[in-house]
Design a protein around this ligand. Structure first.
Ligand SMILES: [Ca+2]
Ligand SMILES: [Ca+2]
Length: 431
């Protein structure tokens, strides 16, 4: 922001002093190589990490080697973005160079908590002598990078050598989501449909789903995004119907004016098949309208059904979907659970329970206390010897609409840190 701040950058680790040898062109490093006054512009940036001043260990042995991202400077803002992640900060042009402070960089696949550059200074290089910058160059230090490996952290001081060329790349729309979807995998309607752009795109960019329904995707609001500024991610604010299929249509451009391209592999979307409507009967009759669980039980070991003569049995590894239909103005989804586990101590809290009204906007996620930490009854069965108290689940569903989806999913779980549990479920109703 001022001379003192970028003075720190100059006093820090310069490109040559950091020992970068292989990826930079040495004849553009020299101060007489044609520094040129920069103006607003869009650039494709590559940043190469090297070990910080404090550590002699090669950073590549435990961290990523490089970053790639798009960078745009307009009148007073610098925007950086890559694959659905975007940051912005105020920028000044000082002595012809872009100077910004406190700028996060999009991490790509680098495994850090964040990559915060305290001071960024990029100077323009005129390689062909036409008076305009053909490249940008600069080196920044990242004083405290918290590198994540597995469930441990290490702090490192890194330096990053940045080099940029004018943006010559077409932005792409990529499929993204709360979890990584394999090709052809069906979407749970309670997972928001979301797509990312490979780089920031213009605020006028339009993205929509067409097919079973037509639905505009709305721009995800980055916290540092101004209302008229660029966007990089879009999502469906509406819960899609079951058993539908869609394509994406989009028109837009990146901040250098290159038109948006669709990735064909990301372009087809379908939602889970409709299991049919479940009619609440306490799981006493023939099972229908349920997917992911195929049997009802009269009990498990010495533990009887939760109510009546039968309860639904959800295997530890299964994900449950139940489609219910409102008969009147019912607002509340209700059910009871007992969790069965291999362990007395922990491990049953690794299911995610969600509910929503198809066509609505609100997904209710239900949290609950770990049932096994409260009660530890023995079942008398060797495979799942322990069971928790019956726990009551209630979800308030305020959206209008007839069709309600209940979804119970196993959460991601590091091996050894949790034990999946089987659930006995009963009294599932809309009230
Ligand atoms: Ca581009
Ligand atoms: Ca029952």
């Amino acid at each position: 922001m001022n001379n003192r701040l970028w003075g720190v950058v100059l006093a820090g680790c310069s490109l040559l002093a950091c020992g970068q040898t292989s990826t930079t062109n040495s004849d553009t490093n020299s101060e007489d190589g044609g520094n040129v006054q920069l103006g607003p512009g869009s650039w494709d940036v590559t940043g190469v990490f090297s070990t910080g001043v404090v550590s002699a260990e090669p950073v590549q042995s435990y961290f990523c080697e490089k970053l790639e991202f798009a960078l745009t400077v307009d009148r007073d803002t610098i925007t950086v973005g890559h694959d659905g992640v975007m940051y912005a900060a105020p920028v000044q042009i000082v002595d012809g160079a872009y100077v910004a402070t406190s700028l996060d960089l999009p991490m790509g696949s680098c495994n850090a908590e964040r990559l915060l550059v305290d001071q960024l200074r990029l100077r323009g290089i005129d390689t062909n002598g036409d008076g305009e910058a053909d490249e940008l160059e600069g080196t920044s230090t990242l004083d405290q990078v918290r590198i994540v490996s597995g469930d441990t952290y290490r702090n490192a001081k890194l330096s990053i050598a940045l080099k940029a060329v004018p943006d010559d790349s077409q932005p792409k729309l990529l499929r993204s989501g709360e979890k990584l979807l394999r090709s052809g995998e069906m979407i749970n309607p309670l997972d928001r449909v979301s797509v990312s752009a490979s780089e920031p795109v213009d605020a006028s960019t339009q993205v929509r789903l067409t097919g079973t329904t037509t639905l505009p995707l709305v721009a995800a609001q980055g916290s540092e995004r101004s209302p008229s500024g660029p966007v990089i991610a879009f999502y469906s604010s509406q819960i899609l119907p079951l058993g539908g299929s869609w394509q994406i249509e989009a028109e837009g451009q990146d901040l250098a004016g290159h038109p948006l391209a669709l990735d064909p592999a990301s372009n087809r979307w379908s939602t889970l098949a409709d299991p049919g409507v479940y009619t609440p009967d306490g799981f006493e009759g023939a099972l229908s309208g349920v997917s992911g669980a195929s049997e009802t039980v009269s009990g498990y070991g010495s533990i009887p059904a939760i109510s009546g003569a039968h309860s639904l049995w959800l295997e530890a590894s299964s994900n449950l979907r139940v489609h219910l239909r409102r008969r009147g103005a019912e607002k509340k989804l209700h059910f009871m659970v007992r969790a069965f586990s291999t362990s007395k101590s922990s491990g049953s809290a690794y299911k995610t329970v969600r509910a929503g009204v198809l066509g609505g906007t609100q997904v209710v996620t239900l949290a609950y206390e770990n049932p096994l930490s409260q009660a530890r009854d023995a079942t008398g069965e060797a495979s799942l010897p322990w069971v928790g108290d019956a726990i009551e689940f209630d979800a308030e569903l305020d959206d209008p609409g007839q069709d309600v989806l209940l979804s119970i999913d196993n959460s991601y779980c590091l091996d050894g840190f949790c034990r999946p549990s089987a659930w006995m479920i009963d009294d599932l109703t809309l009230q």
